[in-house]
Design a binder for this molecule. Sequence first.
Ligand code: BGC
Length: 381
Amino acid sequence: MTDAKQGVQFGSEAPGRDDLTRLAEASVEMIARLQDPTGAYPASPTFSAYRGYCWFRDGAFIADAMSAAGAKDSAERFFDWCGRILVDREAKVVEIVSRARSGSPVPDAEMLATRFTFAGEEGDDEWWDFQLDGFGTWLWAAAEHARRYGTDLARWARAIELSVDYLTSSWQRPCFDWWEENADEVHVSTLCCIAAGLDAVAEAGILDGTRRQQALAATESIRSTIVERGLVDGHLAKWLGSADVDASALAAVAPLGVFPASGRIGSRTLRAIDGGLNVGGGVHRYLADTFFGGGQWPLLSCFLGLGFAAEGDRERAIERLTWAAATADGGGALPEQVGDHLLDPSMNQEWVDRWGPVASPLLWSHAMFVRLAVEVEVLPA
Ligand code: BGC
């Protein structure tokens, strides 16, 4: 696909390599500056519906990007924040696990939340809270960080154990997807985040024998479940039994590597999303998306770029990075999405009226930009 001119440009020119490096450096600085003293990464400092909260999902990808960019301490402080949240809820997790294993699982409302205040509370605002993916993604990010720096995962040992028990006992449950939707389905990208986390900590040698076996067995069952029920035309589907595609599946290819770009499923997933959801370089979440009219998400373009990079196609990876850079506003803030190509323009105003303009800056967008910039060596690791 060819790139269309998108969003606010750096001056009148399309972003050059130096602009990409500068934006990546500024993104690392911004994330570091906005990280709360508790270690929490705000999803967005200004957006009405996200202000004051840190997500396990966004935060784990942000920590991975900061880790990859050399901000070791920042990533570790986020893992400390995750660790405190889990250990503070030890009794709750133990109860969830024992109820699940005895065949009388707790209701969705009693499962762990997907986002917490910086102080580590659930907060008073309503949210579509039961989402399992972040508890896998933080495990993956912590193990990846430990591999990168030789950090001892023992610092988060109990929180890792609790996460493993939570996921091995509950991964089959339907829950909200990455986008807070379709709570009755089992989402393929959610399953891949769980499998990535369980596999990473099992391989990292931090788990005792039984737990390690349980983690590996769950990973194996997840993989076979996806292969049997989570594929359409040979690529990852939106949920088990769905015929649709969702760009969140890009994460399963890279950076999570559950279905690597070198394999048939990973490669077909990249082709399906590039062909079906990428319009002029900007990637939509899924075709029926109406959130703010269903625009294009720079963070998803960066995930696609990571997939291309994993295939060895650095040029196309840099094209995705360049597209994402062009969505920055004059102050260098990257938004959650841009509205140059909306799937359902009639729905835009409804969201603006409800929550105000699109979230910007969105730290997850900056993080995926940084992660891809490191991958294509536009930003030194
Ligand atoms: C997205 C989530 C994200 C959250 C915070 C929501 O609109 O659907 O994926 O975690 O914003 O960035």
